[in-house]
Ligand binder design. Sequence first.
Ligand code: 5RP
Length: 220
Amino acid sequence: MTPEDKKRNAAEAAIDYVKPGSTIGVGTGSTVNHFIDLLGEKMQGKVNSAVSSSEASSERLRSHGIKVVDLNEVGELDLYVDGADESNHQLQLIKGGGGALTREKIVAAASAVFVCIADESKLVTTLGAFPLPVEVVPMARGLVIGALQGLGGDPRLREGFVTDNGNQILDVHGLQIDDPIDMEIRINQIVGVVCVGLFAHRPADVLILGGEDGIRSIQA
Ligand code: 5RP
């Protein structure tokens, strides 16, 4: 089974969480792209609309005839489906490999249930092998780099990348994140940080993993 098959299987299992007539939150990335395509194939005309976490996902949703709405128009969402770069067994996540972490965190915070979809390689014991993305206001970049180094990390600018919000991303290497909630709080306190891609305060509620033998789900 290829990695894409595993992602698609996880995405297909998440379709069961979608209630006909609902407005759902939709994340970003290659696994979510499978989910969007499956929404188009299996839920055509059944999903009312979606709140999207990126311009790329918005475009893909629209290409399937799914209406994209502003979060301010709809308030709380029943369901958010998104991928992850890493998950620990408490379903605390590293996200932002695609650079959409800020909008992803906003949509996750607005959603009653967060279903995370991934291939099985994303499940880890300790977060941090995947470089932690941090979105920063460009003028504060130097200041934030110094503060992240003070936390023991090795922040590197994601070259040639601008977020949908007009900001930059620092990918922080070398962190072993033993206490994800504490690390999320510490990084959020650095002036100039827009968002950190640690989803520990608001973890996923369900993790669906695609593997060689099909899918398995872990509940928080
Ligand atoms: C984008 C994300 C993605 O969910 C994460 O990078 C996983 O992507 P993929 O499904 O392509 O492995 O956080 O900002």
